[in-house]
Design a protein. Structure first.
Length: 133
């Protein structure tokens, strides 16, 4: 298949020196080859860039999906599984309406492990599907 229309679901760790919480994570969907481009973007059309508040950003894990719909479905599946009984995935009060804030959550090691697992399960699922064509 052509990689031009592939979408990537990523997990990023974001840190800042002031403000609470200091460390958060974000799940997201991007078409750019490098999710960092999206996270550090500061164009004129982005009034509240993430990087202005969380200057230290690291991509921890990512997985390619075959389509935008599949990528969004996986992201939603992850967010639903992680938030459990919480009303929202986003779980702290942030005074600035940062870009992508609803996809951010306070750093939690167990949740990170859960997301790694779900991403790897997805990767294995799609890999075995492509072997059975």
């Amino acid at each position: 298949g052509s990689s031009s229309m592939k979408f990537k679901v990523y997990l990023a760790k974001l840190k800042r020196t002031s403000g609470y919480p200091k460390t958060v994570y974000k799940v997201g969907v991007t078409r750019s080859y490098d999710a960092m481009d999206r996270l550090t973007y500061q164009g004129a059309d982005e009034p509240n860039p993430i990087v202005s508040e969380f200057p230290d950003i690291k991509i921890m894990h990512s997985v390619w999906a075959e389509s935008k719909d599949e990528a969004i479905a996986l992201e939603e599946e992850i967010m639903e599984a992680v938030k459990g009984t919480d009303q929202y995935f986003h779980n702290w009060y942030e005074p600035r309406q940062l870009s992508g804030i609803t996809e951010m959550r306070k750093w939690n090691y167990d949740e990170i492990q859960q997301i790694f697992g779900m991403m790897n399960d997805y990767k294995n699922r799609t890999r075995s599907a492509s072997l059975n064509l």
